[in-house]
Design a protein around this ligand. Sequence first.
Ligand code: SF4
Length: 437
Amino acid sequence: MESLPAAHLAGLTPKHIDVKFYDDRMEEIPFDEVTDLVAISIETYTAKRAYQIATEYRRRNIPVVMGGFHATLVPDEVAEYAETVVVGEAESIWKDVINDFESGQLKRVYRSEKRPDISKVIPDRSILSGKRYLPIGLVEAARGCTFKCDFCVIQTYFDSTQNRKEIQTILDEIRSISDKRKLIFFVDDNIVSHPKQAKEFYRALIPLKIRWVSQAAITMTHDDEMLQILKESGCQGVLIGFESLNHENLLKMNKSFNGTKGGIEAAVKKMNAYGIRLYATFIFGYENDTIDSFREAVEFCIKHKIFMAAFNHLTPFPGTPLYKRLEEEGKLLYRKWWLADEYRYGQVPFRTVLDPELIRTECVKARKSFYSFTSIWRRMFSKTNSSSFFMLHAFLFINLLLRKEASLRDLYPLGDLSFQGELLKVKEPINALSKNP
Ligand code: SF4
């Protein structure tokens, strides 16, 4: 899918600056191209690769700025590999970074002291053109979530607040891209954090007659008016973190609201009644999980004919309450699992009641079981999943794709194994426009 953060940053960059974007997921980065300054958005799972890319540029004497979730969660670590770290959201500080760089006074750290006004932020998608992304338009209507789930990076990063774009700005943005994109994906962390504002926005969306998907919390199913508006505005499906069928686990993760008003069973029925498809996600590794938890979650999803589901291990992201708790309890197997040479994707980097290796293999088994032909067949025939030929086609396409990917990334290394040499740490920050023409 297209990279919206890169387009947002391009939109914030003064117009006299030439911007080029390379998407490391799908193309080679031409490290020898004439470049004055490099900006990298970094997340915990991509941290090692981001440091490798930074090293390539810094070996060529090109300064690097890093921002994004990981830069905000562990700025001191990121500052070891980049001249400059942007802590927090870029909207209020990116112009200062560019101005300071142009005057040769790039600072080591820029901090966004409070949440910026994003009401009129417009991404510059021209930097994405020519790349072979799926025809899905990524749009941000709101940013952040007001809940405080203990494992969640979103609540840590945005301090359990949400701010929104102005309705007209979003509608204009959608109109400008909807001719080329069949589906809009609102990348919002939780579309129903502020129900009143959400209803106002989705009502305004109805005349556009688009199809869209997004992410929400279970609380959306407690509000029939909300479900009706979402349906009328073109909502095809939402991702909801169900996380666990165990009440004690939900309490531990500060997500007990998943168990209220009939819990997830009632939520699924409501979603089906409104014909809104569900992408249910589950995590494993809390203290009350047992060997049966994996099978029970899969059976629940098959029984309720859930459109898509994910079964992943709990991940302690730095800065989250979960990470701090596991660190205090001495349960982390690595202080920085995201940089550990021996750490592989899918491994559980902490000790818990169940064996970490068992959690990894059971997650893979759960995915394989949910995306087995038998399960796909059993889930296919529901009023929601096969409501039309188009939907049936979409159901089969997505489920067969995810079937292929059930164990694809298991034990995959982080970073690029072909990278040569050591990661280059900052001793003397590079801070000059290149001599290149
Ligand atoms: S509801 Fe979702 S986005 Fe909000 S804090 Fe919980 S896990 Fe994070």
